[in-house]
Write a protein that binds this ligand. Structure first.
Ligand SMILES: [Zn+2]
Length: 57
């Protein structure tokens, strides 16, 4: 289960999106509004600019 890295809440919404380079997971913490992205295949955390560059690629 995803956990927020800021407030440790597990009340996290996640949505799977498929970009040209592969699937990513968008997470949104309902506790503190923290948002982050994870590469669904590699499991690595990715930053928003990287997500945008993948969308634009
Ligand atoms: Zn949080």
């Amino acid at each position: 289960m995803p956990q927020c890295s800021k407030c440790r809440s597990t009340d996290v919404m996640h949505v799977r999106l498929t970009l040209r380079t592969g699937p990513v997971l968008f997470h949104h913490c309902r506790g503190c509004e923290h948002r982050w992205w994870v590469d669904a295949e590699a499991g690595d955390r990715i930053e928003l600019p990287q997500v945008l560059s993948r969308v634009a690629a």
